[in-house]
Design a protein around this ligand. Structure first.
Ligand code: C5P
Length: 395
């Protein structure tokens, strides 16, 4: 389901000022935002701010005469795809747990027929209090999505869990929740990160790959409903909780991991920066430094992607090509050589380690440019493109 219209509930807390930024980001993303504030929220931020940002009058009162039929509690969520309460105070969470409906926002939450998401924001001790933890567990059990909270510095000067997620992160969580389920029922295997080929006990040959693009593709595939196996070389990133995660070190390890899971896979996306060579006879001990020239014997690594795509019944294979010159030409040559229906070309100078990237998708039909954007956005667009090609081929 696509997210087109949202009710943004704002309750009383210092983080209410961040809800204004969230409203701005939602509107910028093309989402129609109706703000409903609790009475306490109005002590922290003015309704005029939200009205100006969203272009809609703000409601707070169950008895608001601006709604002709006296049915504000129903009318305001009619046609809404979701209610997001951000910030959600401890008091408001408690109210939700008990199904209380003593103001407009709590009544809307009770009378809704769309998903409810809450972004808690409160003092560390309030967050940790057993009563609050019970409430959060109950809400989760009731199907409410609890986004955050984050840990960090709080308005009260304390440090700990209870900070509301930043508006950017909330927008991302919301978008993730509402991604169309384009990969529903599909098994997807993804490789990511660098491989590391040992020279000795401490040294090795590797590529400067952060893994950010591969992990973003894994998240996008999960959001699209796929069952994901993420096979990754060493990175500093945490794998998505919902993925089956197989950590590897060398290209040989990566090949073994891919072969152990790829049989039942529908789609194989090879984002990893696999080292082209490995060291023959690496030393088990650390090689002592001396003044002599050290010669390493290198042997070519297996091409994992080419091996999978040349199987008799391969999964739908997608490659990545990081190039430093003649980007499209070289990528297209790789696509043909490795028999891939799709390859994603990018510029190494811009892509490696960065958060934003421009991608060129090359397939049988030609080229499609994804102008520079953050890697998660690009991963979602890539998933949409793969789903289109996959469906044309198999349905
Ligand atoms: O390294 P190269 O530019 O050929 O990488 C193109 C694609 O092939 C990438 O998707 C990469 O993950 C994959 N590859 C592989 N095994 C290798 C080299 C590359 O799977 N040994």
């Amino acid at each position: 389901m696509e997210l087109k219209r949202i009710v943004l509930g704002v309750t009383g807390g210092v983080a209410a000022y961040k809800a204004a930024e969230l409203a701005r980001l939602l509107v910028k993303d093309g989402i129609d935002v109706q703000v409903v504030m609790s009475a306490a929220a109005r002590h922290f931020v003015g309704a005029a701010t939200f009205q100006a940002l969203t272009g809609h009058p703000v409601f707070s009162d169950l008895w608001d005469e601006r709604v002709d039929n006296g049915m504000a509690h129903i009318d305001l969520t009619r046609g809404a795809d979701a209610i997001l309460v951000a910030p959600a105070s401890a008091d408001f969470l408690a109210k939700l747990v008990h199904g209380r409906a003593d103001d407009l926002l709590s009544t809307l939450c009770l009378a809704r027929d769309c998903p409810l998401l809450v972004a808690p924001a409160m003092n560390r001790q309030m967050w940790e209090a057993p009563a609050n933890q019970r409430n959060v567990a109950q809400l989760t059990g009731d199907g409410v999505s609890v986004l955050g909270p984050d840990s960090g510095e709080q308005a009260c000067g304390e440090v700990g869990f209870g900070r509301m997620l930043e508006p950017d992160d909330l927008l991302d969580a919301l978008e993730a929740r509402f991604q169309p389920k384009r990969f529903s029922g599909l098994k997807v295997v993804i490789t990511a990160g660098p491989t590391f080929e040992a020279i000795d006990a401490v040294r090795g040959i590797t590529n400067p790959s952060s893994g950010k693009m591969g992990y973003a593709v894994a998240r996008a595939a999960i959001e699209a409903g796929a069952e994901v196996t993420l096979i990754s070389g060493r990175t500093c990133l945490s794998p998505p909780r919902e993925a089956r995660f197989l950590p590897v070190v060398s290209a040989q390890d990566m090949l073994a991991a891919v072969e152990s899971v790829v049989d039942g896979a529908d789609i194989f996306i090879s984002v990893a920066a696999v080292a082209d060579y490995y060291v023959l006879n690496p030393s088990e001990q650390k090689i002592k430094k001396d003044a002599h020239i050290l010669t390493l014997e290198l042997a070519p690594n297996p091409d994992i992607l080419a091996g999978i795509s040349s199987r008799e019944k391969p999964p739908f294979c997608v490659g990545f090509a990081a190039e430093s010159e003649n980007i499209e030409e070289y990528a297209e040559l790789k696509r043909r050589r490795k028999h891939l229906p799709l390859i994603v070309a990018n510029d190494v100078k811009e892509a490696v380690g960065s958060d934003e990237v421009r991608l060129i998708l090359l397939d049988e039909a030609g080229r499609h440019v994804l102008e520079k954007a953050d890697k998660q956005t690009q991963a979602r667009l890539l998933v949409a493109h793969i789903a289109e090609l996959y469906n044309t081929r198999y349905q």
